[in-house]
Design a binder for this molecule. Structure first.
Ligand code: ADP
Ligand code: MG
Length: 310
């Protein structure tokens, strides 16, 4: 049995156990401190670097000894596999249809990182039958004790899908650049999540800037507007990634810059960023795991389908 088959077997066994537990009503066995951190990476505007950040941040977490799973939740372009040079055959849609198990669609990227390619499955997440929900929840719960970090690469913009992924995550990283449209679109995202859903805390990451002082200025700009118009919102500056030619080179070679150029300035920043995130206090401590992530996600969608106009 090779490594992938071994992994598949473990996940499948755990999914069966989880399903049994769910049906019998007993709770998940894992302690809260060890439940994975569920982090979404999002932006108002597309093309600001989310997918590259997710891929490289995943490598950084892996180097810090963490077990990482990436969920590619970008409906339009399932491009995390491009960054990692992978060609997955299946995606989330096959799991929802019952054709494949989560273990079958998961692919392994560099440094032991696992990826769930979303494909059209993301849209289908919004229309699940009760049986499909139960299946999916048990499949996801099986992953809980195999993971430390669950990273979600969302699409851009304030479509319902993106907003709900952000709401369901424990922590939301908003990526901005110094372009004015990126800042105004990030503000629009924060505004929707704060005013319509009550999310107060956002982590701000500034990408493609020269240095920390430029990044801080971008953050201050966003923060001032938020303070003025969104009373009670909390924007936390978590760092920056420099605009780096080596990042572009890595993209062309379909490898994370962290793997290809570990000494590059942006690679150093990714490690710093990952370490900072791991040190920061967790939110939603009582329900920080993937099962709850999905429950929240499905729950939101259900309430929306019932006529809750967001
Ligand atoms: N820090 C950076 N330095 C240089 N180029 C970058 C950086 N971050 C992103 N890019 C470039 O920006 C493009 C868009 O990035 P991507 O991660 O696909 O954005 P998004 O997922 O937000 O749409 C990539 O092709 C990449 O070449
Ligand atoms: Mg992307």
């Amino acid at each position: 049995m090779d490594q992938a088959q071994g992994l598949r077997k473990i996940v499948e066994t755990k999914a069966v156990e989880a399903r049994r537990r769910m049906i019998s009503g007993s709770t998940a066995p894992r302690s809260i401190q060890h439940a994975p951190r569920v982090i979404s990476v999002t932006s108002g505007k597309g093309g600001v670097g989310k997918t590259n950040i997710v891929g490289n941040l995943a490598v950084a977490f892996a180097r810090l000894g963490k077990k990482v799973l990436i969920f590619d939740a970008d409906l339009g372009l399932a491009n995390i596999d491009i960054i990692f040079g992978l060609n997955p055959s299946y995606h989330m849609g096959h799991v929802i249809d019952g054709e494949k198990s989560l273990a079958d669609v998961m692919v392994e990227g560099p440094e032991g990182i696992r990826i769930i390619p979303a494909g059209s499955g993301v849209a289908e997440l919004t229309h699940l039958s009760e049986g499909q929900k139960l299946n999916l929840l048990s499949e996801f719960e099986a992953l809980d004790d195999m993971l430390d970090v669950f990273l979600i690469d969302t699409g851009a913009g304030i479509s319902a899908n993106v907003v709900y992924f952000n709401l369901a995550a424990d922590e939301c990283i908003i990526v901005v650049t110094d372009e004015p449209t990126s800042i105004t679109d990030a503000y629009a995202m924060i505004k929707v999540m704060f005013t319509q859903h009550g999310t107060k805390h956002f982590k701000i990451l500034v990408n493609m800037v020269k240095d920390n002082s430029v990044a801080k200025a971008v953050y201050e700009n966003l923060s001032q507007v938020a303070d003025r118009f969104l009373n009670g919102v909390l924007l936390e500056y978590i760092g920056f990634i420099p605009g780096d030619e080596l990042m572009r080179k890595a993209v062309l070679r379909r490898k994370p810059v962290m793997s290809l150029y570990p000494g590059a300035e942006c690679s150093k920043q990714f490690i710093k960023l990952a370490a900072g995130i791991l040190e920061s206090p967790r939110r939603h401590e009582s329900d920080g795991n993937i099962k709850f992530f999905l429950k929240r996600f499905i729950g939101f969608r259900t309430s929306q389908m019932l006529g809750d106009t967001q």
